[in-house]
Design a protein around this ligand. Structure first.
Ligand code: SF4
Length: 77
């Protein structure tokens, strides 16, 4: 499973990392820095929980071989 951040949608709520601190990394201003990151084995549910908390629908989770455009997105997508 990989993380994709939709360009321009992250506004720095930091809610993704608040729910899934082992999955989502933030910069010093609270913007998610995990675009393209691989979710470690066993952290898939935490990744989904963090993505579900993003009010901007900025996070897409997708698996290798899958079209990211058709993958899971946050609730506002
Ligand atoms: S990805 Fe969403 S929840 Fe996470 S910092 Fe960006 S806007 Fe906030």
């Amino acid at each position: 499973m990989r993380i994709r951040l939709e360009p321009g949608l992250c506004v720095g709520h930091a809610l993704c990392a608040a729910r899934a601190p082992e999955v989502y990394a933030l910069d010093e201003q609270g913007f998610c820095q995990s675009d393209g990151a691989q979710v470690a084995a066993g952290f898939e549910e935490q990744a989904r929980l963090g993505a579900s908390q993003c009010p901007e629908g900025a996070i897409t989770l997708w698996d290798e071989g899958e079209d990211p455009a058709a993958a899971e997105r946050g609730p506002c997508a």
